[in-house]
Design a protein around this ligand. Structure first.
Ligand SMILES: Nc1ncnc2c1ncn2[C@@H]1O[C@H](COP(=O)(O)OP(=O)(O)OP(=O)(O)O)[C@@H](O)[C@H]1O
Ligand code: SF4
Ligand SMILES: [Mg+2]
Length: 320
C-alpha cells in the first residue's frame, strides 16, 4: 500500500524470559493507510500489546525483533536513540492498557501532559505549555482544574481521558490505543469511544485500536485484524469480518458475546472452549486445530498461510 502511514512486514518478536524463548509475534505483516483505522482483536496473550509496543520500540531490553516496521517513512527498527526520541509522541503515540499504571502517581496530570511538549519543544515556554494542557484537557472533556490533580484523585474514565490528552500533546500522526476502554463501565466506554472517533476525524489521525472486544473494534475501525497465537489469522473490512468471518476463530470470537437479556448466554457464552496455546509450545499444523470445530486431517501437516478470502480480505485456514 503506497500511502501507508504504518507498514509492518514479516515482524517476529521473541521475549527471552527465565531461560525460555517466548515467540509472542510470528511473521506479522499489516498496513494502515494515512487517516485509516485498524482494529486488532484476539484473546488474552495472543500478542496484541507486544505488536503495539514494538511500533515505538517499547519492548524490554533483550527482546529479539526481526522484520520491518515503517512509520511515517522511517524504518523504526534501524533508528538511533535520538531518531527514536524524535519519532515517539510525534510520528506515533500510545494510549496504554491500564491507565492507573501508565501514569506517574507522584506527578500532577497537568505536568505529565506537558512533559512530551517540553521534550519535543513544541511549545515556546511554560505558560504556553500550561495553555496547551488546558486546551487538551478541555478537548477530552475534563475541566482545566484537573491539571492540578494527581492520578489517584481521578476516576478510571478521567484517567483514560488524561492518557488520551497526553498522547495528543505533540499532534501524533498515528495513535495506538491499547485496550483504552476495557476497564471502564459501558457508559464511560461509549463516551471514550465517541471521543476517539471525533478526534480521529478532526485531526485526520491514523488509528491502531486494540481490544479483545470485536464489537468495539467494529464500531471504532474501518478494518479489522484478528490475531491468534502470535499471527494474524484474518483481516478485512471491519463489519464484514465481524458479521461474516472467514476463519472459524473469528466466528467464535464474534459469537462469544452474551445476548442481552439472556442470562444463560452470559454464564456460558457460545463459541470457544479451551485456552489459546502457550507461545513456544504450539500444537503442530494449524495452531487453532485443538479448539476448532471444523478441524480435520488437512489442518495438521502445516500452519496455514493467509490467503485471499474475498475483496480486500484474507484468512489463514485450509477451508479458505
Ligand atoms: N516481558 C515479557 N517477557 C516474557 N513474556 C512476555 C512478556 N510480555 C508478554 N509476554 C508473553 O507474550 C505473550 C503475548 O503477550 P501480550 O501482552 O502481547 O498479549 P495480549 O494479546 O496483549 O494480551 P492481553 O489481551 O491480555 O493484553 C503472552 O504469552 C505473554 O505471557
Ligand atoms: S485450518 Fe483447520 S483447524 Fe485451522 S481454522 Fe481452518 S479448519 Fe480450523
Ligand atoms: Mg495486551
Amino acid at each position: 500500500m503506497s500511502d501507508a502511514l504504518l507498514s509492518i512486514r514479516d515482524l517476529s518478536i521473541t521475549y527471552h524470559s527465565q531461560g525460555r524463548a517466548v515467540p509472542a509475534v510470528r511473521g506479522v505483516s499489516l498496513d494502515i493507510e494515512k487517516g485509516g483505522s485498524l482494529g486488532l482483536a484476539g484473546e488474552s496473550g495472543c500478542g496484541k500489546s507486544t505488536l503495539a509496543n514494538s511500533i515505538l520500540r517499547l519492548l524490554p531490553a533483550g527482546t529479539e525483533v526481526t522484520g520491518q516496521i515503517t512509520l511515517d517513512g522511517k524504518e523504526v527498527l534501524g533508528l538511533s536513540p535520538g531518531g527514536l526520541r524524535a519519532v515517539r509522541w510525534t510520528a506515533g503515540a500510545i494510549v496504554f492498557q491500564g491507565a492507573l499504571h501508565a501514569l506517574n502517581p507522584v506527578q500532577t496530570v497537568g505536568d505529565q501532559i506537558a512533559e512530551p511538549m517540553s521534550l519535543h519543544r513544541t511549545v515556546a515556554n511554560d505558560d504556553a505549555a500550561k495553555d496547551r494542557v488546558v486546551e487538551l484537557l478541555r478537548r477530552v472533556g475534563l475541566p482545566a482544574a484537573r491539571a492540578e490533580s494527581y492520578p489517584h484523585e481521578l476516576s478510571g474514565g478521567q484517567r483514560q481521558r488524561v492518557l488520551i490528552a497526553m498522547a495528543l500533546a505533540c499532534d501524533p500522526h498515528l495513535l495506538i490505543a491499547d485496550e483504552p476502554t476495557t476497564a471502564l463501565d459501558l457508559m464511560v466506554q461509549a463516551q471514550v469511544l465517541a471521543l476517539l472517533d471525533d478526534l480521529k476525524e478532526e485531526r485526520n489521525l491514523t488509528l491502531l485500536f486494540i481490544t479483545h472486544d470485536l464489537s468495539v473494534l467494529t464500531y471504532a475501525c474501518e478494518r479489522l485484524a484478528v490475531m491468534y497465537a502470535g499471527r494474524i489469522v484474518e483481516e478485512g473490512p471491519a463489519w464484514e469480518v465481524f458479521e461474516n468471518g472467514s476463519h472459524p476463530y473469528t466466528r467464535a470470537l464474534a459469537a462469544a458475546f452474551p445476548t442481552i437479556g439472556d442470562v444463560g448466554s452470559r454464564m456460558a457464552p457460545s463459541g470457544l472452549g479451551g485456552d489459546p496455546p502457550t507461545p513456544g509450545d504450539l500444537p503442530g499444523g494449524c495452531p487453532f486445530h485443538p479448539r476448532c470445530p471444523l478441524a480435520h486431517d488437512a489442518c495438521l501437516p502445516a500452519e496455514p498461510e493467509l490467503r485471499i478470502s474475498g475483496e480486500a480480505r484474507s484468512a489463514a485456514c485450509v477451508l479458505v
